[in-house]
Design a protein around this ligand. Structure first.
Ligand code: F6P
Length: 737
């Protein structure tokens, strides 16, 4: 029997521990790398290896295996030792390049490599040249036991490199000509039919409930929630928790300090009372970094969502920023209130909904509090314009009361761990804003977000939408009467409107159209406010479709292998043609559009027959990186890496493949894609992959983070997202059975 097989061995290793089991029994094979190093340039002599079965199979120097040049001084030969051949007999030899002069075989006895360990003192290989000069090479031998899957992966990499990708060399951006006539593919006839023929029902989400009045989806008053009257529309998305050591102190709505026990503790904390910081490495293998500071925080990797004092379910930048801005800054900075300001019909609720969706998707625990909803629940839906007069003391009191109620609820929610509250009301007088600032003192940081619109056409459109959609006018059968009332209400507000010039604020002036406009910021700093400003600068209301689709079925899909970079299957190729046909028909009336793909060939190939539109390859659209599992089937992972398999099953959102990515990582890298999709004014076709499309779709459909890894995004189906003034709507087309 040989010696320890899985240890690295170089030329200096002698013997070693007895191997207790053969390589075969150990379930792997030996991967051996032989290296020779010599700094004296002898470019005309090529190092070779020859020897017994199974290395070469013969002591015939003409059959010796050539070593590859790794650098100017280093040569290498690597190979896998087949099972049952743990002992290798071999020698190094130098072969002259010209082939005429004889080979020079190294001095000394044969070398023996047993179970990955070189026998004897063999650090050097000495070669005697004709002129008696002795050439000395340093010998390095490395042996590792590798699993059949690693072998398969390297074999695949080898094949991929040997067979150059069909799409290699395509630049990041390309544009091709419009087709001259028709399509050559045999499938075009099947798309002569109306596109509606391919429509399939979309799953019920808020993305296809675009006609629901957006304010209705905001938070319900707590008094009603606790009475069991309402339920929370959105699942809580807090996934990763930071327990704050002094969290036993919370602030009441009126600003006084109470001692109440909030916050939860992980089993880990209960056991050893560690205070430390888990480095964000996904779920597979959390690592704890102990902090010497008593005020350090500990992340709990908890699955439950009832946690308090949370930080966002987040990876990368969001998690880092949360630590820096939320946890280490002043206490009130840990919670952010975005207080909207503006006259009615200025798009405040629309902005609130969009921001809520974006921040939640990024992993920030965010809620939208709409004071109008509170008012309707407390005072009914049919208040006339008089109710909104500044010289109507009863109306004023009632309105201030519901605003205070909503603010109280928001602060209470923040004390339980909520991070960003979006406070949606006109807040158009300084006195109202002063009241809110007082309530926020010591509890949260306020940023006013004022929307100003001077475009009469946009105001008129918003007013019309309001009469059609707002529950305030649901019982008014006469549209014109509703319109007159609303215009009077607006005038009442205008009389007392005081634009913001106090505190921290973001002013959006005529930004709705997406053309020009102005954004003013005052006293804004920090990661989150910065991201919010960036988002607001880039969003607009111009309606345009976004088409999301996975690539056509790939050969790896057929084999059930994850990741990889394979080409399309025959079925995938049919979809590729059908998709081109679909896109041509769907976008025929558009002046322009763009096609975005990942950098993997299955998406680039899927886009290849689409003509006439620029194509852009995004690295950010590449499939989730499965790390060491890339190229394996789920069955193989389950069998060979059961722990990894189980960890992923337990928490697919945060599980990070070893040397790969988690879904949270994918979301982080998709943020620029979302911003760009928001910014684009023309249609975009996104051809990407399952995990990536789950994350993108979740943004538009406002699906909670924890659902993302389980969203169905079937092959050969197009999800059309329509972004416009009434929100987001969805339509699905299934091109193939
Ligand atoms: O199987 C196709 C695929 O795109 C894989 O390449 C990828 O790893 C997987 O889907 C992502 O889906 P899930 O997260 O459910 O494994």
């Amino acid at each position: 029997m040989g010696t320890g097989a899985s240890r690295n061995a170089d030329g200096g290793l002698h013997g070693g521990e007895e191997r207790e089991e053969s390589l075969d029994q150990a379930g792997g094979q030996l991967y051996v790398s032989l290296k020779m190093e010599n700094y004296k340039k002898k470019g005309d002599l090529i190092p070779h290896v020859y020897g017994s079965v199974p290395l070469v199979g013969s002591w015939d120097s003409s059959k010796a295996l050539s070593m590859e040049r790794e650098s100017t001084s280093m040569w290498e030969l690597s190979f896998v030792v087949p099972p049952n051949h743990e002992t290798l007999d071999f020698k190094f030899l130098l072969k002259p390049q010209n082939g005429y002069t004889p080979c020079i075989v190294e001095e000394g006895p044969n070398r023996q490599l047993i179970g990955g360990t070189l026998q004897g003192d063999a650090r050097l290989a000495l070669f005697k040249l004709d002129n008696e000069e002795v050439l000395e090479y340093r010998v390095l031998i490395k042996a590792d036991r590798v699993s059949p899957f690693d072998l398969a992966a390297s074999w695949r990499a080898f094949q991929d490199n040997l067979r150059p990708s069909t799409v290699r060399g395509i630049p990041d951006v390309s544009i091709n000509a419009v087709p001259e006539t028709g399509h050559e593919n045999g499938s075009s006839a099947s798309l002569e039919l109306d596109l509606e023929h391919y429509v399939v029902p979309a799953p019920p989400t808020s993305a296809n409930s675009g006609l629901v009045y957006a304010a209705n989806l905001a938070e319900n008053p707590r008094s009603l929630t606790f009475a069991g009257g309402c339920c929370d529309r959105t699942a809580t998305i807090m996934e990763m928790e930071v327990a704050i050591p002094d969290s036993s102190k919370v602030y009441s709505g009126s600003g006084t300090v109470e001692s109440k026990s909030v916050g939860t503790f992980s089993p880990l904390q209960k056991q050893d009372n560690h205070r430390g910081l888990f480095v964000d490495r996904g779920v597979g293998s959390p690592r704890m970094v102990k902090s010497s500071r008593s005020a350090a925080f500990s992340f709990e990797l908890k699955l439950g969502s009832q946690n308090k004092n949370s930080m966002p379910a987040a990876a990368g930048a969001v998690a880092a920023a949360a630590i820096a801005d939320q946890m280490l800054g002043p206490k009130e900075d840990r919670h952010l209130a975005l207080v909207l300001v503006g006259l009615p019909a200025r798009g405040k609720t629309f902005t609130a909904v969009k921001l809520t969706r974006y921040l939640r998707w990024l992993g920030h625990d965010t809620k939208h509090f709409n004071v109008g909803k509170y008012r309707r629940l407390k005072h009914g839906t049919n208040q006339s314009a008089d109710f909104f007069r500044a010289d109507n003391p009863e109306g004023m009191e009632a309105r201030n009361e519901v605003a205070a109620l909503a603010m109280d609820d928001m602060i209470a929610w923040m004390q339980e761990g909520g991070q960003v509250g979006i406070f949606d009301a006109t807040n158009s007088s300084r006195s109202r804003r002063n009241m809110l600032m007082k309530m926020a003192e010591g509890n949260c940081k306020i940023i006013f977000l004022e929307t100003i619109c001077n475009d009469e056409r946009i105001i008129e459109r918003n007013i019309r939408l309001k009469i059609q959609q707002s529950p305030d006018y649901a019982e008014e059968p006469d549209f014109e009467a509703g319109l007159r009332d609303f215009i009077t209400r607006l005038a009442n507000y205008e009389k007392v409107y005081e634009p913001v010039d106090e505190g921290s604020y973001i002013k959006m002036i005529d930004m709705a159209s997406g053309h020009g406009g102005q954004i003013q910021v005052n006293n804004i700093s920090g990661y989150l406010p910065g991201r919010i400003v960036f988002f607001l600068v880039n969003t607009h209301l111009t309606p345009r479709p976004i088409l999301l689709t996975r690539h056509g079925e790939s050969r790896d899909n057929v084999r059930g292998r994850i990741g990889g970079d394979s080409v399309l299957s025959d079925t995938g190729e049919i979809y590729m043609k059908k998709l081109a046909n679909f896109v041509e028909k769907r976008l025929k009336n558009e002046r322009t559009a763009s096609i975005w793909t990942s950098t993997l060939q299955r998406t680039i190939l899927t886009a290849s027959p689409i003509v006439g539109f620029p194509k852009i390859q995004w690295r950010a659209l590449d499939e989730i990186n499965a790390g060491v599992c890339d190229g394996m089937t789920y069955e193989e992972i389950k069998k060979n890496m059961p722990e990894e398999y189980e960890s992923r099953k337990k928490d697919k959102l945060r599980y990070r493949y070893p040397r790969g990515e988690s879904y949270l990582d994918v979301i982080q890298r998709l943020e620029p894609v979302i911003i760009e999709l928001e910014r684009q004014r023309a249609p975009v076709v996104v051809i990407s992959h399952q995990a990536v499309l789950r994350a993108l779709y979740a943004y538009f459909a406002d699906r909670p983070l924890k659902e993302i890894p389980h969203i169905e995004v079937p092959l050969h189906t197009i999800i059309e997202i329509k972004m416009g003034v009434t929100g987001v709507q969805e339509k699905r087309y299934k091109l193939m059975d």
